[in-house]
Design a protein around this ligand. Structure first.
Ligand code: CP
Length: 313
């Protein structure tokens, strides 16, 4: 059964996953969450496995969630940041990864600013590579935890209106979520300033809106994105104040109905894409997303690294 559904060694993007693989991974995470809730140890283990977190861009949630996930499965995990590695002395990513593999790593979790870096690395080394965000390309573990949270709260994504609002153009979270949500049957709307929504997105089966009111009308969930200044080389709107006024969710302005879920991958820029009152409201599931990030990363590490799963491939 496992062999038939999950045959990935590395996790590069949600685009590569079938709806069966997504649901299987979410079900695996549900199993881990149930064990946690019942105060039981997970029924499977990665004891003896060494995972290396190679984070070459800043991270709080993803890096720590992978660390806690690995430790929860009894694996050893070592986190490396760019500044403390020999990448600063000119070593290439390929050489760095090959050395980490030679030191005995069983998997590498990579965050990198270049789109395609995770796939490149997966073709250069033998051990599994887990993409923890590659430029504006994909952030699969984030999308999977977002979809897991939506499935928990809504029961299913099938037929649900989900609006992704903000800086779509530079967002790897948006790309991974678009693939995953469409595969699970959601009706996805992308909204934001025209300069921050990629052209021709309708070809992929999404709706595009440049008007906040219509984008959030009737939405079952809204996923907010921050403006990703670190990837922008020019300004895409006149000012943050104007962006906030036209596309921010504001307590005193345009806001979703009280039964619409509010998601955000973090980090939040309070007062820009969302007011604090809404970010911390009952309809916000932002902290649930963060907590669910651990069991999703447990499922990813288990499915990509376990000998039990490998034997069945
Ligand atoms: N959502 C997310 O990727 O957060 P971090 O950058 O803190 O890992």
């Amino acid at each position: 059964m496992v062999k038939k559904i999950w045959n990935k060694r590395s996790l590069i993007g949600v685009k590569d996953l079938s709806s069966e693989e997504i649901n299987f991974l979410l079900d695996t995470a549900t199993g881990f969450k149930d064990s946690k809730r019942l105060n039981l140890l997970p029924s499977v283990s990665l004891k003896g496995k060494r995972i290396v977190n190679l984070f070459l861009e800043p991270s709080t949630r993803t890096r720590i969630a992978f660390e806690i996930a690995a430790k929860s499965l009894n694996a050893d995990i070592i986190s490396i940041a760019e500044k403390s590695s020999s990448l600063t002395k000119g070593e290439s990513l390929r050489d760095t990864a090959r050395n980490i593999q030679a030191l005995g790593a069983d998997a590498i979790v990579l965050r990198h600013s270049s789109p395609g870096s995770a796939r490149f690395l997966s073709e250069m080394i033998e051990v599994p590579v887990i993409n923890a965000g590659d430029g504006a390309h994909e952030h699969p573990s984030q999308a999977l935890l977002d979809i897991f949270t939506l499935r928990e709260k809504l029961g299913t994504l099938e037929g649900k209106k989900i609006t992704i609002l903000g800086d779509i153009l530079f967002s790897r979270v948006a790309r991974s979520n678009i693939w995953g949500m469409l595969k699970l049957g959601a009706k996805v709307t992308l909204a934001g300033p025209a300069t921050l929504v990629p052209k021709k997105m309708e070809e992929f089966g999404v709706t595009v809106s440049y008007n906040l009111e219509s984008a959030i009308d009737g939405a079952d969930a809204i996923m907010l994105l921050r403006i990703q200044h670190e990837r922008q080389t020019q300004t895409h709107f006149p000012s943050l104040e104007e962006y906030s006024r036209m596309f921010g969710l504001r307590e005193s302005g345009c806001k979703p109905s009280s039964n619409t879920l509010i998601l955000h991958p973090g980090p939040i820029n309070r007062g820009v894409e969302i007011d604090s009152a809404l970010a911390d409201s009952e309809q916000s599931v932002i902290i649930d997303q963060v907590s669910n990030g651990v069991v999703i990363r447990m499922a990813i590490l288990y499915l990509c690294c376990s000998e039990e799963v490998k034997e069945k491939k």
